[in-house]
Ligand binder design. Structure first.
Ligand SMILES: [Zn+2]
Ligand SMILES: [Zn+2]
Length: 162
């Protein structure tokens, strides 16, 4: 199976999966969680370190896997466009939260099965499109709030005036 290259979000380098254990570049994809397994030493990766020296950015294995659509969410892509902040937000939620557990990965696969027919529906009927727009907008808000809660709150600390 051929894997695609993934661009490092930090330094912009095009990366190919590389086994840090044996140096192998040949992998097979796991169909349940989309992790990549080295064909030489059988080590499984959920993320790969960027190959640029000094750049420690981790790139999710799903980004290399051609079975996973590059867009995080077909419906969000249809509504907001491929490069929108909404799609980026849902894509990172899929990679970091959903695909890291078996139930989430199953949900993602179910979603990819139904999404194409949903898109056909929303192109045909405006009310369907409007309804889905509210659902997606709400999901983005929820995902953003959940992401914020997980982060340390140092930036928002107020200075106390004596
Ligand atoms: Zn990098
Ligand atoms: Zn290996």
């Amino acid at each position: 199976m051929g894997f695609r290259k993934a661009i490092c979000p930090r330094c912009g380098k095009q990366n190919e999966p590389l086994c840090s254990n044996c140096g192998g570049t040949s992998f097979f994809g796991n169909p349940t969680n989309f992790n990549l397994t080295c064909t030489r030493c059988a080590l499984t990766y959920s993320e790969f370190q960027c190959r640029t020296p000094g750049c420690d950015c981790l790139i999710g294995a799903t980004l290399f896997n051609p079975l996973v659509p590059a867009a995080g969410c077909f419906i969000a892509t249809e509504l907001y466009g491929e490069d929108s902040a909404e799609v980026a937000c849902l894509r990172s939620f899929r990679n970091r939260v959903l695909l890291t557990n078996p139930i989430g990965a199953e949900l993602v696969r179910a979603y990819y099965r139904i999404a194409p027919s949903v898109i056909t529906l929303m192109r045909r009927w405006r009310p369907v499109r409007a309804a889905l727009q509210s659902v997606v907008a709400l999901s983005v808000v929820v995902v953003r709030m959940a992401g914020r809660r997980g982060r340390p709150k140092t930036a928002g600390k107020k200075l106390r005036v004596p």
